[in-house]
Design a protein around this ligand. Structure first.
Ligand SMILES: NC(=O)c1ccc[n+]([C@@H]2O[C@H](COP(=O)([O-])OP(=O)(O)OC[C@H]3O[C@@H](n4cnc5c(N)ncnc54)[C@H](OP(=O)(O)O)[C@@H]3O)[C@@H](O)[C@H]2O)c1
Length: 339
């Protein structure tokens, strides 16, 4: 079977991971990756044999000056690709859509730093793979929205739920960011409720009544979500646990096994031999799942850099209609990523 050719525009935190995940699938391959400057990630692209393209003549020249192998301008990469995954910093994807992808009639997958309007649809494989089939522009939602939508999607499709509230304790920066803080503060972000995450979840689950608030804290490893969900049908804590234990891309963890914080979750990812200690799953503490006065509570950890990676792979398959069965696409993705 010939593999579809995927261009990765933006080889940074997300782009590196998506490139590696694409290269693990049997129905797609990395045609090339783009960068603006010749830093260590450009060298990594060379080392991993991903053809490296510059977004401008200056970029290409800067690669050559640093003895990096380059295939030239990204324009030729985009011309030859079947689809592009745009992993550029937030808001650049929307510009690329107008300037590059639409003129080239190139299908594109975007990331959560873009406004929802960049895509014909916002995407979570478990919720709306089928309605995304054949779409030209698909936005994979942000890490927080992915984590919330997976759990709330499972609960809302199995139980009758009412008002939903989520408090997000957000990592301030990725491990690679040495320039961002805070170092010793907790920042309500935004200062007023609600945060933008609730409306973003509604791009995936429009029926849900969800309000979110968020703070940033001095950690780089993961986000932690505290969910509070009104139950309308007598659902018990055991019902929720057994549903989440069966839910794809969700792991239910036990404190008696030593999972007390995000630190042990990352150690677990390292023990599993996950590349870059990536966790593609929502990590839910079993002990935190309780129901009291018809309200469910739980805590989940969300690894911001990796949670969206399987969604990007499924979005490629949906856009190109490589697989019309959502479960089969997710089976393939999850097997290749050892989920
Ligand atoms: N980081 C996360 O935890 C996370 C989680 C979920 C979603 N997202 C979303 O994913 C997207 C990418 O974020 P990121 O964290 O991966 O950013 P990042 O680490 O800064 O990587 C961005 C990459 O894009 C390249 N780039 C910059 N301008 C470009 C342009 N005009 N054309 C092509 N490439 C360009 C950069 O190359 P140079 O270094 O050479 O300039 C870099 O390789 C954003 O929408 C973000 O909101 C991020």
């Amino acid at each position: 079977m010939s593999k579809v050719k995927v261009a990765i525009n933006g080889y940074g935190t997300i782009g590196k991971r998506v490139a590696d995940a694409v290269s693990l699938q049997d129905d797609m391959e990395v045609l090339g990756v783009t960068k603006t400057r010749p830093n260590f990630e450009a060298r990594l692209a060379n080392d991993r044999n991903y053809p490296l393209y510059g977004i401008s003549k200056e970029s290409v020249k800067s690669f050559e000056e640093e003895d990096l192998k380059t295939e030239g301008l990204s324009d030729s990469l985009l011309e030859a690709a079947d689809i592009v995954v745009d992993c550029t910093p937030g808001k650049i994807g929307a510009k690329n859509k107008e300037a590059l992808y639409i003129p080239k009639k190139l299908k594109a997958i975007y990331q959560g730093g873009e406004k929802a309007s960049v895509g014909d649809t916002s995407f979570i494989a478990q919720v709306n793979y089928i309605s995304s089939l054949g779409k030209d522009h698909i936005r994979v939602v942000s890490c927080n929205t992915t984590g919330l939508s997976r759990t709330l999607g499972a609960l809302s499709s199995n139980f009758t739920i009412g008002n939903t509230r989520a408090f997000l304790v957000r990592r301030s920066a990725d491990p690679r960011d040495s320039s961002k803080g805070p170092i010793n503060a907790i920042i309500p972000d935004p200062l007023n409720v609600p945060s933008h995450h609730g409306p973003d979840v509604k791009t995936i689950l429009p029926e849900l009544n969800v309000i979110t608030s968020a703070v940033k804290v001095p950690t780089t490893l993961m986000h932690l979500h505290s969910l509070m969900i009104e139950l309308k049908d007598g659902t018990s804590g055991e019902d929720i646990k057994s549903l989440l234990e069966k839910t794809r891309r969700v792991k239910v963890l036990h404190s008696k096994e030593g999972f007390r914080s995000t630190a042990e979750l990352i150690e677990y990812a390292r023990d599993l031999g996950r590349s870059r200690y990536d966790l593609y799953e929502n990590m839910i503490w079993e002990d935190s799942i309780i129901v009291k006065d018809s309200e469910a509570y739980l805590f989940q950890g969300i690894a911001q850099e990796s949670i969206v990676v399987p969604e990007n792979i499924d979005a490629i398959r949906a856009a190109l209609e490589l697989e019309t069965d959502a479960e089969k696409s997710m089976d393939k993705t999850d097997k290749a990523l050892s989920i």
